[in-house]
Design a protein around this ligand. Structure first.
Ligand code: PA5
Length: 448
């Protein structure tokens, strides 16, 4: 395995005995995933569990062909989606390539992610970019009815049709949605767009290894076979039920042990800025899966050493409700050697001949010790490097840990009832037919 769970900085906070004491609860959570599905809430959304091995090979081949076509005929790919229909793909591209992918891309299209806000500013900027270049659109929505992506898609579809005519525009639109239902599915059937499927049994935030993530990822020139191989190896590695033999389950158990001791916030930390969107993906995965029934660890994130200069003070001395999970890579993507300077005015010659990755490593070691001294437990997940294979392992590790952790917590990790509340209010305030009564109540509360 490329991943290793390092618990050396945890012993002052959670003992091996306390972790072992959670084994019965882990067994129950495991049974919900594998044996005892009848009692498991969310049992219809366990498809991601076997996905790295039983994914649709025919569709996988079509994804690669579509990516090849997009790479050959598009300078820009606009990926339209929100939440689970966007975060995984963007996280993967920035993790393997760079957060500056669009500046550095050679031979593959620039990729812009839209439909994840309702900001006219953001959308008009990319509409302007697309007016003067060849582009394609991948619109992604499992339900096919989500407002944010639907508005963006309408705008980009119109631009494509204006630029290329209806027929050619259709050959530049790729739809990833449900196999049978939803407005987007109906539109795709009517217009003859190429379609990819979000499997019924895979929820949005668990869908990065389906066409939802794979098509944009492949368009960035990333090896999707290696990605799936990493996930498949993680699947095999994390099948055992014993926390002493399964790092993924151990991590899930530790999170719950810390939560019960008042550690209510988990800060996902990495010393590589290319991990920024992985942090966002992690926050959605755990936040939407666990934050229910007035329970759940609040997922937050930081990139160090950047955020040591903004959040560092709080982490060191603020309220003691935090723990950190650090994803550390054994090998950086590249290194820069610090040169000797004759004058040494900046006093940095003590670092001459050292790599920047060495300095980064020392920042990590110094911070772990300081934060644990300040009563912030640190869990370390070590990975080899920031490539497709390690990414596949990390994705599967966190997905499974989230499911097990959520079941231990006593919630259904696969629904998201709370997300509907804002939508109902927004529709009412926008005057959507059917929401008239609620609109009257809300207008009064808003004093309008
Ligand atoms: O994880 C989830 O289920 C959500 O975040 C969804 O992915 C998000 O709301 C987008 O939904 P849809 O793909 O139906 O447009």
């Amino acid at each position: 395995m490329a991943l290793k769970l390092n618990c050396q900085y945890l012993s002052d906070f959670v003992s091996d005995k306390e972790i072992a004491a959670l084994q019965d609860e882990v067994n129950k959570a495991h049974a919900f995933l594998y044996e005892n599905k009848a009692n498991a809430e969310g049992k219809d959304f366990h498809g991601w569990l076997t996905l790295p091995e039983d994914y649709d090979r025919e569709e996988f081949a079509r994804i690669k062909l579509a990516a090849k076509k997009i790479i050959s005929d598009s300078e820009v790919l606009v990926v339209i989606g929100i939440g689970g229909s966007y975060l995984g793909a963007r996280a993967a591209i920035e993790f393997v390539k760079s957060k500056n992918y669009n500046l550095l891309a050679k031979g593959t299209p620039k990729i812009f992610f839209l439909g994840n806000s309702i900001s006219p500013t953001e959308i008009s900027e990319i509409l302007a970019v697309c007016e003067s270049c060849d582009f394609s659109v991948n619109v992604i929505s499992k339900s096919g009815t989500t407002t944010e992506p639907a508005i963006s898609f309408r705008l980009f579809k119109n631009l494509l049709e204006k630029k290329y005519g209806k027929e050619k525009a259709a050959s530049r639109i790729y739809v990833t949605t449900d196999k049978a239902k939803g407005t987007l599915k109906a539109l795709a059937d009517r217009e003859g767009y190429e379609q990819f499927v979000v499997p019924d049994n895979v929820g949005g935030r668990y869908s990065v290894l389906t066409a939802v993530g794979l098509l944009p990822i492949a368009c960035a020139g990333i090896d999707v076979d290696k990605l799936m191989l990493g996930a498949a190896d993680a699947k095999k590695a994390y099948e055992k039920v014993s926390v002493s033999e399964n790092d993924c389950y151990k991590y899930a158990a530790i999170r719950n042990a810390l939560y019960r001791k008042g550690k209510k916030l988990e800060m996902m930390v990495c010393y590589e800025p290319d991990f920024t969107m992985m942090n966002e993906w992690f926050k959605q995965l755990f936040g939407e899966s666990e934050g229910k029934e007035n329970k759940g660890i609040y997922p937050t994130s930081a990139i160090y050493s950047t955020d040591l200069h903004s959040l560092g003070q709080y982490v060191q001395e603020g309220e003691r409700t935090l723990f950190e999970t650090v994803v550390a890579f054994n090998r950086p993507k590249c290194d820069i050697i610090i040169e000797e300077d004759e004058e040494n005015v900046d006093g940095l010659n003590f670092l001459a001949g050292k790599g920047m990755s060495f300095v980064n490593q020392k920042a990590f070691e110094g911070t772990v010790l300081a934060h644990t001294d300040g009563n912030v437990p640190n869990i370390i997940i070590e990975a080899d490097e920031m490539d497709e294979y390690n990414l596949g392992q990390l994705i599967y590790f966190f997905e499974k840990a989230c499911a097990i952790s959520g079941y231990i917590l006593g919630v259904n990790p696969f629904n998201q009832p709370g997300v509907e509340s804002y939508k109902k209010n927004m529709f009412a305030l926008l005057g959507k037919p059917g929401y008239e009564e609620l609109a009257a109540v809300l207008s009064e509360r808003l004093g309008k």
